[in-house]
Design a protein around this ligand. Structure first.
Ligand code: GLN
Length: 380
């Protein structure tokens, strides 16, 4: 057996959702919305399932979806893409895998920024790469050019950038994104930019896509997620965007990982990508209200809540709240004894900067958030 995977635990998301089911807990762990789903897209998928056939679509995706994704990124990021710049994947995690298999060769060093999504490290290592982590610290989670520079060596080839950043809820400022771009250009790095939360950015903040920074598109593979855009996480439809040989080789990796993605879901996502900008903004505004609702309910229970500028998540600073030094033990106790699940941020970090921090998903109805806060208050 491959020792890399054999030594890995079940992902923290799967484990916590399992414990939440087992203990009939309110699940603010794994990030998925719980509430009304976009009925227009469900109907589009049902229609396509009956009318469009159910055999293999082209490996790179339905032409209509590739065109819709190109138009979508041109509209929001100011890029100038055509369908040729898009490969449809079976979710963003598959896009991350395809991108990393394409760009990492054995011995390459790959810079990641922690907290980091748990898929990056095993996939980099499976490709023979060596992870160099830049660690951000709460409550600001600020990224500096100096910290990035310190992680780069002559063997560095790739930088993985997650913006907005899960679980920190950061939408990086222009100067931080430009610092990433400058490091990539200076050291001739390929950027893999995971922007799955790009339309879940709050309070008039703007998402700054690394791919749109001058001089970056040629060296960037950008990853997107229909699951996140439309609150349909189980659909597992993602995008890889890029150009030239970079995208060609990633498309080849994709051929042998997922090959293709269910066509009815692709057809529905193509329709969703034509939603008005106002509809995407309304969706984000509703999530910002949910975030505020949970934050206020938790503050009433005496918790210190870290700011969340983006994503579905906010973080509780258990250490600063005087509750627990380790969120791992607290999270286990909260789900088993008090019926509420969250994710310890240490699951995203190799160092100890996230030890006392617990991530909670706020994409839930108000009554659910209210009940979760009440239960967390009892777990204090
Ligand atoms: N991105 C999701 C989260 O952070 C998890 C995705 C998964 O479980 N594969 O909760």
């Amino acid at each position: 057996l491959n020792p890399l995977f054999a030594s890995l635990p079940t992902t923290v998301f799967e484990r916590m959702s399992g414990l939440a089911r087992q203990h009939d807990a309110v699940n603010l762990g794994q990030g998925f919305p719980d509430g009304p789903e976009p009925i227009d897209l469900l109907e589009a998928a049902a229609r396509a399932l009956r009318e469009r056939g159910n055999q293999y679509p082209p490996s790179r995706g339905l032409p209509e979806l590739r065109t819709a994704a190109a138009d979508f990124y041109n509209r929001f990021d100011g890029l100038a893409l055509t369908a040729k710049n898009v490969v449809v994947t079976s979710g963003a995690t598959e896009a991350i895998a395809s991108a990393l298999m394409a760009v990492v060769t054995p011995g390459d060093e790959v810079v990641i920024i922690e907290p980091a999504y748990d898929a990056y490290r095993p996939l980099i290592e499976r490709a023979g790469g060596v992870v160099r982590a830049v660690s951000l610290a709460p409550p600001e989670w600020r990224l500096t050019a100096e910290a990035l520079e310190a992680a780069v060596t002559p063997r560095t080839r790739v930088l993985v950038f997650n913006n907005p950043l899960n679980p920190a809820g950061r939408a990086f400022d222009v100067d931080e994104v430009e610092a990433v771009a400058a490091v990539c250009r200076r050291h001739d790095l390929i950027a893999v930019t995971d922007e799955v939360w790009e339309r879940l950015v709050y309070d008039d903040r703007q998402h700054v896509s690394l791919a749109a920074v001058p001089g970056m598109f040629e060296r960037t593979l950008k990853i997107g997620s229909a699951g996140k855009l439309f609150g349909l996480t189980g659909w597992k439809v993602g995008f890889l965007t890029g150009c030239g040989r970079l995208l060609e080789v990633a498309a080849k990796a994709h051929q042998y990982i997922a090959f293709s993605t269910p066509p009815h879901l692709q057809a529905a996502v193509a329709e969703g990508l034509t939603w008005s900008s106002a509809r995407f903004a309304d969706q984000a505004a509703a999530l910002a209200r949910s975030r505020d609702h949970l934050a206020e309910a938790l503050q009433r229970q005496g918790f210190i809540v870290l700011p969340s500028e983006a994503t579905y998540f906010l973080c509780l600073d258990l250490k600063a709240s005087g509750v627990a030094a380790s969120a791992v033990a607290f999270a286990d106790r909260a789900v088993e004894e008090h019926g509420v699940a969250g994710i310890p941020v240490s699951a995203f970090m190799s160092g100890n900067a996230g030890d006392g921090v617990l991530r909670l998903c706020f994409a839930k109805p108000d009554a659910v958030l209210q009940e979760a806060a009440r239960r967390l208050g009892r777990a204090r």
